[in-house]
Design a protein around this ligand. Structure first.
Ligand code: ATP
Length: 285
């Protein structure tokens, strides 16, 4: 794997995520096809691609909640799903589970208790106050979650994921449905989390302009990774001005390569066929 040097587990120097030949089957379909990639530590990696390309499935595999995963998938130096990873990863799904009839603080206190049941009440409360500050919701802490705006709810979900100071944050489309100002504010917060804590963030989106805000990108299409690079390198490599244009360029390139392959195969098939025919003719002579 490019740029990957294996370290013994536990040194803290392994990539945040390392996948080799990662394949996932859902129902009757193979949804992820033999993926190889790494997610470096301390940076924001964007996982981008059209709806249905497999972003959520990949994230679920990384956090250890996806069945029928084969190949290698190491997360923070351990196999994905290892029990010790539970407190080291924060995960926000597309359908955030925040209780509407509890206040923001009560929600956080509840999730903090689940995350680490052995912790003292004082420790837990300090953690809750810290994440409230992180997402700038201290002044709303006693509001019922059911009365919050979309942007505030997104920030509560993020606060839940930040409890316990995880090393890796996996955020599935955290900005979906938010207006441009809220989206910008959340991205500023993501960058602050990466810079201040050295945390690794893996963030999915199908909004290509968000790609420009990431340190690195994994561009996906139809269960495959089209590119694993920085936004700048992608633009340069494809001689395009935006990541969106680079993505479209790579899609066209992949489609052309697939067409060439199928032409090649059909030529081989017809070649084999004529050989079979002449053999058949020879046999009848
Ligand atoms: N339970 C399931 N059984 C079978 N196929 C599934 C199941 N869940 C998802 N899929 C299929 O797996 C593929 C990948 O889905 P996934 O949710 O990972 O995509 P996504 O890129 O996250 O999409 P979106 O951006 O719309 O959330 C899709 O084609 C979807 O139809």
């Amino acid at each position: 794997m490019m740029n990957y040097v294996a370290d013994p587990p536990g040194t803290g120097r392994e990539p945040a995520v390392h996948a080799e030949n990662l394949t996932v089957v859902r129902g009757p379909r193979t949804v992820l096809h033999s993926l190889d990639f790494t997610v470096p530590r301390g940076q924001i990696t964007g996982l981008l691609g059209p709806s249905g390309c497999g972003k959520s499935t990949l994230m679920r595999s990384i956090v250890g909640t996806q069945a029928k995963v084969t190949g290698t998938l190491d997360v923070l130096g351990r196999p994905a799903g290892h029990p010790t990873l539970r407190t080291r990863i924060g995960y926000v799904t597309q359908a955030p589970s925040v209780y509407d009839d509890l206040t923001i603080r009560q929600n956080l206190d509840y999730f903090a208790a689940i995350l680490d049941p052995g912790r003292s009440g004082t420790d837990r409360r300090q953690d809750v106050e810290r994440v409230l500050t992180d997402v700038d919701l201290t002044s709303h802490a006693d509001s019922l979650a059911g009365n919050l705006s979309g942007g505030q709810r997104s920030r509560v979900s993020l606060a839940v994921a930040l409890l316990g100071t995880p090393e890796l944050l996996v955020l599935d489309e955290p900005t979906v449905g938010l207006d441009p100002v809220l989206r910008r504010d959340l991205w500023t917060l993501f960058h602050a989390i990466a810079a201040d804590r050295g945390a690794t963030l893996l963030i999915s989106s199908h909004v290509m302009d968000e790609a420009e805000r990431c340190h690195r990108l994994l561009l996906m299409r139809a269960g495959e990774i089209l590119a694993d690079d920085t936004p700048e390198a992608l633009r340069t490599r494809t001689a395009t001005e935006t990541v969106e244009a680079a993505f479209l360029h790579l899609v066209d390139e992949a489609s052309a390569a697939a067409r060439d392959d199928s032409r090649e195969n059909s030529r081989d098939d017809s070649g084999d066929g004529s050989r079979e025919n002449s053999r058949a003719k020879e046999n009848t002579r």
